[in-house]
Ligand binder design. Structure first.
Ligand code: BGC
Length: 761
């Protein structure tokens, strides 16, 4: 458009008019004042409207919907009764809904547009559990930046992530979305992701390529009994304060702008109706000043929990407990106005919720430019860019964990080798994308086959052996596995017979983990185990590349297969990452963020357990804490992961033997690369508070450092421990630092390392 003096005059006239009728648009005023000015103009209905979030509902760029739920939502938008929408994406669509809110409603309050940007938007990073295996906070932050960049270029300004539910349950499908079993690692990763999404400081939210983050699910969702999603949670105060809450506290301290509550109960109270969690802890003790969104329809589900008798009761309980925004229950919009008018809900509660929601909208700069994320040129240039692909490839390589490498089968030689590549997952361009990838397209991952084909000086033969699934695989339907068709086995065996090395890509389908994807078996689904054993009989030189969204229990493979690579679901660049690791162009350095059990009966199994009264078989009889049929240790412990090189730890030192509380404990160790490759090691520090006023775990991670070591190089790594690392929460949530002996362990895994100790006076 050509800017003429007439258009400029019109612009100034509109701006002046706005400043008079809409004083909250005046950028020069402080945010809290702008909110007050706006709220003074809002009717009760409009305030409640801000607390209402709807899922995308019709072809937004088409004609207005006539009839049904869509029409109601559309009319609510025009009345200013909708504060947020989720799952509307793409500049064209976002602009269309935003236009209705801004240009057709009375006060023109912009929508905040939410979406599950969990491990990338269109260019996908590894699943979050895989990223956690990198222990590389810079790379994880970068990955969240890429996700924010693409999502914001698509019109989105709020992600429902990161999920920071600590979990010890491999059976629970949502472990794929977590950072694993440890609250210390989980807290660091939560901070990295939040800064990646939101930027380093609050003002960064005003940029076009950052989005608001959401700490979810508050709280204890990761402790669903027996790993069945949405199941009852029943945990101790000690677990709540020491394991569940720390990542959320870290997220709040890092400035996360929103929280999402959870589906589960805690002490019989659904999280959505839980004042203790939302008001006392989060908004009270932690002084969180952003807003809380419910999980999907979780206000409605309080009726199923047997905690609310009807819609009004559920709404009153949720708002009283501090849930600010209703995601898709449709209860707040229907009930809250009457509840306030009848005196059952105090208007100050509504005002508090609305202020919080508006605050985040102001912080995002939505009032200054509601269309700031609606730039088609940016959308075109940034989504799927080379730079974003490079970043997710880097993240993917860093996420791979080498679990076993006997006879130095790996890395593969770059020429002169005959390689058989077997397994339908090796040629799959969809499954490696993982779960939670709503904005990505099927068939867009680089497959392992494509990755390996780039190494042209070897002979590569591919045979799928057997299909993994039957029929269509979708985000919402149960998967059907191939448990009978072995017609491809013969061809696979023939390929194996003639090969020097067999690479087998086996594991779970990408949609086998994620929300509502709980399992009671942690084995290789379908006929994959049979295929593996048949091939092994022909050629035992097997490199097993695992694709999975959770820890698997693979006792046979762990015993027989000489080389095993944990390659999770690595996203868009899967095949390139796997091939570079297989061929030694990248030396793996990942470490498991969750223990891998020997069998499912060991679950939940985790490294930071308590000692019990009978930890070892002192009397050499059966009366000690163990299993009769399997060792009690995991197959692969938390923190474990190999490299193509080897590392030696020596000279563990603590700067003194006795400390006063408040003093800094310095722990140092020398790490040497003793192998034949340059490599990276995750040096881990664990503590054990031997005697406490409450029993303390046998080990707790309290520091880690990722260090690059050239062949033959030695580095001294120094950790510091302060009261922040040495104390714990009692059962009332008070933080205690107690005198006594602290054992220290430093090593490359949670199961072994150099040990020392000091006294805290
Ligand atoms: C999940 C949330 C998610 C929400 C919106 C729910 O079912 O539990 O994690 O953010 O849906 O898609």
């Amino acid at each position: 458009m050509k800017i003429t003096s007439i258009t400029l005059l019109t612009f100034f006239a509109i701006t002046t008019m706005h400043a008079q009728t809409k004083p909250y648009l005046d950028k020069t005023k402080p945010t809290e004042e702008r909110i007050t000015l706006l709220m003074k103009l809002m009717t009760l209905e409009e305030k409640v409207g801000q607390m209402n979030q709807y899922n995308g509902f019709w072809e937004v760029t088409g004609p207005a919907p006539k009839g049904g739920d869509a029409q109601t939502k559309y009319e609510h938008l025009r009345k200013g009764w909708v504060g947020s929408m989720l799952s509307v994406r793409g500049v064209k669509n976002v602009r269309a809904v935003q236009k209705i809110a801004v240009e057709e409603s009375r006060l023109g309050i912009p929508l905040i547009i939410g979406f599950d940007v969990i491990h990338g938007y269109k260019t996908l990073s590894p699943i979050p559990l895989a990223e956690a295996a990198s222990w590389d906070l810079d790379a994880i932050k970068k990955s969240a930046q890429v996700a924010a960049d693409e999502a914001s270029a698509s019109g989105i300004n709020w992600t429902f992530g990161p999920m920071m539910d600590v979990t010890r349950e491999a059976r629970w499908g949502r472990v794929m979305e977590s950072s694993g079993e440890d609250p210390f690692l989980g807290s660091k990763i939560a901070i990295a992701r939040i800064k990646g999404f939101q930027g380093d400081k609050m003002e960064d939210l005003l940029k076009v390529n950052t989005i608001a983050a959401c700490a979810k699910h508050f709280a204890a969702y990761g402790f669903a009994e027996a790993g069945r999603d949405y199941n009852t949670v029943d945990i101790s105060n000690s677990t709540l304060y020491n394991v569940v809450l720390p990542p959320f506290k870290a997220a709040n301290d890092a400035g996360v702008r929103t929280f999402m509550n959870s589906f589960n109960i805690l002490n019989g109270v659904p999280a959505t109706g839980n004042s203790f969690l939302q008001r006392d802890i989060l908004k009270g003790k932690w002084k969180f000043n952003g807003f809380i969104v419910t999980d999907w329809a979780s206000i409605r589900e309080m009726k199923n929990h047997g905690f609310a008798k009807d819609d009004a009761d559920a709404s009153a309980k949720a708002v009283t407990a501090g849930a600010d925004m209703d995601m898709e229950s449709h209860y707040y919009v229907a009930e809250l106005v009457n509840l306030v008018k009848s005196g059952k809900v105090k208007e100050v509660l509504i005002d508090d919720a609305v202020r919080r929601i508006l605050r985040v909208k102001f912080e995002l700069g939505l009032f200054d430019d509601p269309y700031k994320y609606c730039d088609e040129a940016r959308e075109k240039a940034e989504i799927g860019s080379k730079a974003n692909n490079d970043a997710v490839l880097d993240m993917a390589k860093k996420s791979i964990v080498l679990l076993k490498n006997e006879a130095n089968l790996l890395p593969l030689k770059k020429s002169g080798q005959k390689i058989a590549l077997i397994g339908s997952l090796a040629n799959d361009k969809t499954s490696p994308l993982g779960s939670w990838r709503i904005a990505s397209d099927d068939e867009t991952a680089i497959s392992v086959l494509e990755g390996m084909q780039q190494y042209k000086d070897n002979t590569l033969t591919f045979e799928k052996g057997a299909d993994l699934t039957i029929g269509k695989t979708t985000f919402i339907d149960e998967l059907v596995f191939n448990t009978t068709d072995k017609s491809g086995f013969e061809a696979a065996k023939n390929a194996a017979k003639n090969a020097d090395v067999v690479v087998m890509v086996l594991g779970e389908h990408g949609f086998q983990s994620g929300e509502a994807r709980s399992r009671t078996n942690l084995d290789l689904p379908g006929v994959q185990q049979q295929l593996l054993e048949e091939i092994y009989k022909i050629n035992p030189n097997i490199v097993l590349v695992l694709n999975n969204g959770r820890p698997l229990a693979l006792p046979w493979a762990s015993e027989h297969i000489p080389a095993i690579i944990e390659a999770w679901q690595l996203g868009t660049q899967t095949g390139n990452a796997v091939a570079q690791v297989l061929y030694g162009d990248y030396n793996p350095s990942g470490k498991l963020p969750m223990s891998f059990p020997r069998n499912v009966g060991q679950c939940p199994i985790y490294y930071n357990n308590y000692s019990t009264g009978r930890p070892v078989d002192v009397d050499k009889n059966v009366f000690w804490s163990h299993y009769s049929d399997v060792e009690k240790t995991p197959q692969f412990p938390f923190g474990f992961g190999l490299s193509y090189t080897t590392f030696e730890y020596k000279n563990l030192k603590i700067n003194k033997s006795e400390f006063n509380k408040g003093e800094i404990v310095k722990v140092s160790v020398e790490v040497t690369n003793t192998g034949n490759y340059d490599g990276k090691e995750v040096v881990q520090l664990y503590i054990h508070d031997i005697v406490g006023s409450l029993a303390r775990p046998v080990k707790e991670l309290k520091g880690f450092e990722l260090t690059n070591l050239k062949k033959g190089e030695t580095k001294t790594i120094t950790f510091t421990l302060t009261d922040k690392e040495l104390g714990f929460f009692d059962n009332q949530g008070n933080y205690l630092v107690e005198s006594g002996t602290f054992k220290i362990m430093v090593g490359g895994s949670s199961d072994k390392g150099l040990e020392s100790q000091f006294e805290l006076k």
